[in-house]
Design a protein around this ligand. Sequence first.
Ligand code: AMP
Ligand code: ZN
Length: 304
Amino acid sequence: MLSAASANAILFQPVELQAECNKGYVKVRQLGSNPTSIDSVVVGKDNVVKMKPGQQLHLVNQLYQYTLEFKVDPTGLHGGSKRPREPTLDDRDGHRESPNLKAAKQTDRVSVPVNHREATKTSEHVGHWNQGLKASMHDPQMQVYKDDLVVVIKDKYPKARYHWLVLPWQSISSLKALRDEHCGLLKHMQRVADQMIQKCPDVHSTHFRKGYHAIPSMSHVHLHVISQDFDSPCLKTKKHWNSFTTDYFIESHDIVQMLETNGRVTVKEGIIELLKQSLSCHMCHKELATVPSLKEHIKSHFPR
Ligand code: AMP
Ligand code: ZN
């Protein structure tokens, strides 16, 4: 729920917020002409912009700031599934929802008063699967390394023999929120990833890549560190495969370079189409008809 001030404190309402709890975002509509922005994106009068957890809503020419945060519902009654489920790339695309999510769909309308001076949370609502990394990064069972800036966790649904995620403690919702001031942090994430690789017992017999999904499904910036054997029961779909073996997987140093050059990360329009591409081996480019036949084929490149 929104932490809104009492009704008599409401002077005027610059925005209308509509929480799409099961989709993990809030729709922000600017009602008046007072400038409203989400991070650096200007909303504009009568326009609607989606706001994701960790993003900042600036009202009235940046006079008031709110950060969006969804809270996990401990009862598990409000939306989402109680049983952990891997978020699929389909979920992200919005092409398919699980029956569970459909049944639990709910929409809340809320308004924020502008004289609520403190920086407050704009929403404290039910947990959504795309918030799962935030729980995992604080879970000692999942952590394999941490320092002042970052934590490394095991990917909960690893797509290869070794698959870690490096996350900054700093709340950065996605690649879109990155700016040139984050370059140092991203370089540190890369160094930590390299250390993980060096410590891996199979470092001399396997190859690793470090990178980001162009359009991640999970909130909170995370660097994938993944061995190239793709030998895992969790790798099940064409989308899984293509997300790690096509240009949909953007090398970490390319992201840093983009930030250094342009001050932000942009991904090519239509990049999502790469996920539909036909299956081919990332080692020898042989085309395979199905994921099981591809997985069988790549065993020859990475004998145990
Ligand atoms: P993406 O957002 O597409 O870059 O990928 C998110 C990664 O997070 C996937 O490799 C998932 O297997 C992994 N994942 C999903 N949920 C969790 C979780 N709760 N804890 C740890 N890893 C997760
Ligand atoms: Zn091959």
